[in-house]
Design a protein around this ligand. Structure first.
Ligand code: NAD
Length: 457
């Protein structure tokens, strides 16, 4: 049975601070039908400049409410306040970026000689269903909705039952900014709401951001109706540190690359692979940095807030327990309510779950490698392929490794959790398929139509 409403709970305190309704399957159907109606009726919305204007006004609306949105995000997810503020800034950037780039989504003219004119246009899919997780609710809502709306689609977005407050506010801001009624709905609820949405015959395109297990189910439902899907799933992303790396730059980036949002980021750098000559030094420095981390409720803006839920904490602690039982050495990882000290796991074998499975908590596994070839081999020894960081002063090696690692996004001498708004982002292997962000997202939310015209009378 579906709950009639959900509580918004602050994981730092366990207190409920708000609630929101569970959208019933009948209401999901109403949203999808309303979206179809809006697409059919809103003629002005077909003009890119009109959509760009609405997205820019949305950006200003988010800016005006920035402080409140960041506070809600922190309370809902537990993340440190400065990280929630950065999420709000990223949200503004998505809206501005897609407002600015939609006019450049152009077609091509294909030369066929004097007897015919041939050209292509990019057309929207129609109604886009977007299902997103709880870790970056506002930012990921904007990342999905902004390019879809820019490309001329209508959106029905389903945030996670664990974090729906800021996506709901984003929809409100959209209407205040002049996005036509019906063009952007938010359906709140759990997996059953997501399932009803994905299976609705009025949905033309699906984006799923979440775990690989749920992604596979959603993809199966889409396959039955032959509906295209973008899958942005989890990761087990490595940082590869070579002997010649600048450790003063690498260590803070590696620590932050794991601890941002308490390790609950799809692109968290959760594997540390170090050339064996510097393994002890690097792990000692990372271990010391972990010990110095300030842990507190998100509103106090610490380095590390709580995990989102009991379930998430239990997953992290049981994976650590498993690793210990298998012979790994675990430093840290102690818990207090939903707070968890960062854990550094060494003496790890490549077939251990902790090495190849996503924990989604502040847990870093460290493994030494012999040489460049071995480094790439170890990096690719998981089914995931989302992000990788390469740390070396040898430019040629950096490019070789970037080419060899299986990842949708590679950073050289840096590591960007979530990357930039402009950079195509998505996975290989178990991390999914399709690309979000950047111009790639505009391509993903539109399809090519080819038009051939006879010119010979
Ligand atoms: P999840 O897969 O449990 O849930 C994701 C969403 O799917 C939620 O909104 C949930 O209610 C919905 N859902 C659940 N069952 C469904 C069903 N049968 N049909 C339709 N929808 C359903 O993931 P989560 O725990 O919310 O998030 C954590 C996961 O998300 C991690 O694996 C993380 O790596 C991934 N993630 C990926 C990215 C990316 O861009 N690659 C970004 C953020 C998070």
């Amino acid at each position: 049975m579906t709950a009639a409403s959900f509580s918004a709970v602050d994981p730092s305190t366990g207190h409920q601070f708000s609630e929101f309704p569970a959208t019933s399957p009948a209401e999901v159907a109403e949203y999808v039908e309303d979206a179809r109606r809006a697409l059919a009726e809103e003629q002005d919305w077909r003009t890119p400049l009109v959509r760009a204007g609405a997205l820019l006004r949305m950006a200003r609306g988010v800016e005006e409410q920035a402080e409140k949105l960041a506070e809600f995000e922190t309370r809902d997810t537990g993340k440190p306040l400065s990280q929630a503020k950065a999420d709000v800034q990223a949200t503004i950037r998505y809206l501005e970026y897609y407002a600015g780039s939609i006019e450049r989504l152009e077609g091509r003219q294909i030369p066929l000689g004097p007897d015919a004119l041939d050209y292509t246009v990019r057309e929207p899919w129609g109604v886009c269903a977007q299902i997103i997780p709880w870790n970056y609710p506002l930012q990921v809502a904007a990342r999905c909705a902004a390019p879809a709306l820019a490309a001329g689609n209508a959106v029905v977005l389903k945030p996670s039952e664990l974090a729906s407050i800021t996506p709901l506010r984003l929809a409100q801001i959209a209407y205040e900014a002049g996005v036509p009624q019906g063009m952007f709905h938010v359906a709140t609820g759990d997996g059953s709401t997501g399932d009803a949405l994905v299976r609705h015959p009025g949905v033309d395109h699906v984006t799923f951001v979440g775990s690989a297990a749920t992604g596979a189910k959603v993809a199966e439902a889409c396959a039955r109706r032959l509906v295209p899907i973008e899958l942005e799933l989890g990761g087990k992303s490595p940082n590869l540190v070579f002997e010649d790396a600048d450790l003063d730059k690498a260590i803070p980036a590696i620590v932050n690359g794991l601890l941002q949002n308490a390790g609950q980021s799809c692109s968290a750098g959760s594997r540390l692979l170090v050339e064996k000559t510097r393994f002890e030094e690097v792990t000692a420095r990372v271990g010391a940095a972990f010990k110095a981390v300030k842990i507190a409720p998100g509103v106090e803006d610490p380095d590390l807030g709580p995990l989102i839920s009991e379930r998430q904490l239990e997953r992290a602690t049981s994976m650590l327990e498993h690793a210990r039982a298998g012979g790994a050495r675990v430093l840290g990882g102690e818990t207090n309510d939903l707070f968890m000290n960062p854990a550094l796991v060494t003496r790890v074998k490549l077939d251990m779950e902790i090495f190849h499975e996503e924990v989604f908590g502040p847990v870093l596994v460290a493994v030494p490698f012999e040489d460049e070839r071995h480094a790439v081999q170890v990096a690719n020894a998981t089914a995931y392929g989302l992000v990788a960081g390469v740390w070396t002063r040898d430019l040629a090696r950096a490019h070789r490794v970037a080419s060899g690692v299986r990842a949708g996004q590679v950073f050289v001498n840096g590591f960007g959790v979530g990357g930039g708004v402009e950079l195509p982002f998505g996975g290989m292997g178990r991390s999914g398929y399709g690309r979000g962000k950047g111009i790639d997202a505009l391509l993903a939310y539109s399809q090519t139509k080819n038009v051939w015209v006879a010119l010979n009378g």
